[in-house]
Design a protein around this ligand. Sequence first.
Ligand code: FAD
Length: 390
Amino acid sequence: MTAPLASAHDHLPELRESLRDLCGRFGDDYWLRLDQAGAYPDDFVKALTDAGWLAAMIPQEYGGSGLGLAEASVIMEEISRSGGNAGTCHGQMYNMGTLLRHGSAAQKARWLPDIARGALRLQSMAVTEPGTGTDTTRIRTTAVRRGDHYRIDGQKVWISRVLHSDLMILLARTTPLADVKRKTEGMSIFMIDLRDAIGRGLEVRPIANMVSHDTNELFFDGLEIPAENLIGAEGQGFRYILDGLNAERTLIAAECIGDGYWFVDRARRYAGERRVFERPIGQNQGVQFPIAESFIEVEAANLMRWDACRRFDAGQDCGAQANMAKHLAAKAAWEAANVCLQTHGGFGFAAEYHVERKFREVRLYQVAPISTNLIFSYVAEHLLGLPRSF
Ligand SMILES: Cc1cc2nc3c(=O)[nH]c(=O)nc-3n(C[C@H](O)[C@H](O)[C@H](O)COP(=O)(O)OP(=O)(O)OC[C@H]3O[C@@H](n4cnc5c(N)ncnc54)[C@H](O)[C@@H]3O)c2cc1C
């Protein structure tokens, strides 16, 4: 039997062991069935929640484990590495950070303990709009204060896990773009209780898409929400969203790293077993070298991920490392996916080998939650001192 694939950076081994036990109960066929049915992994997410893993980063005073980004990133990595799709549940891990950092004491006491014990899910964050794309400052969804509530009108697109969440963080304009000094001002974030909102001013339309990923168009038509659901100061929402991006990008880097190791592992196993011309295909350098190169690239991306985690957990700025880790990991995972598919030849296309499913899933991360070009522009501007290009 081939030994498990080991990395020089498999830190936090005890945590990994627990995750591997849990993920091992939801094997390849579980994820394949869901993919084919376009269904959400309710059982898996429940098991993860019951074990407390989705509350990893919630402080102990609110009933969570108070762990750092390093531990949270291992949770995401191990889900992907087991063959699962961490994208189905990663939202909660970073969305609660927005509430924790910017919510009032009353808001935190109201929502965090219930999120920590699994009674409430905060899986969704709604930023992207059809007409504005990456240029978030031009969002058109508005929230207008009327006495003790806000009225929300507008549209969002690609908003994930809405049908499997109780709460959602929404970014909306509270001051028109024409009336603010800086275009990043005048936007605010709100907690939307989806259980009250859907059907009462919020319509949700699922988008058929390339992966089994619950993602939706949202239509707000006079949705009324209590004014107390404003998080932080009115007008500062864009800054609050930016604050959460480093954790999000690092966690997604870790998922991609898990995917990358999965692809390398599947490729090396298949290459060792599949015999053509009376020898294992993996004996040919043309087959083994790309697998070796993929492994090197995933390992290198992993170093940047740990650097981002270390800085984040020490309270240091990690914007550069989080962005670079996300880019390196998404790219390495995608290259590994391609190599794994090629190694499997025709069988790579057969759903029962699981490669084509993971191949589709990992492609997302060069587009969302931030596209490759926008990472390049961040590095060009902030690290290389080049003029801003937009
Ligand atoms: C499955 C899925 C799930 C998602 N989930 C969520 C979610 O839960 N919440 C949410 O808010 N959003 C979500 N998104 C949206 C995602 O964050 C955006 O798709 C992503 O940020 C890119 O924005 P866009 O699609 O509008 O592309 P655009 O902004 O229209 O860009 C299109 C292309 O042009 C490039 N481009 C644009 N401007 C420039 C420039 N100035 N220089 C160079 N290149 C440029 C981009 O890099 C990109 O490749 C999701 C998307 C998908 C596909």
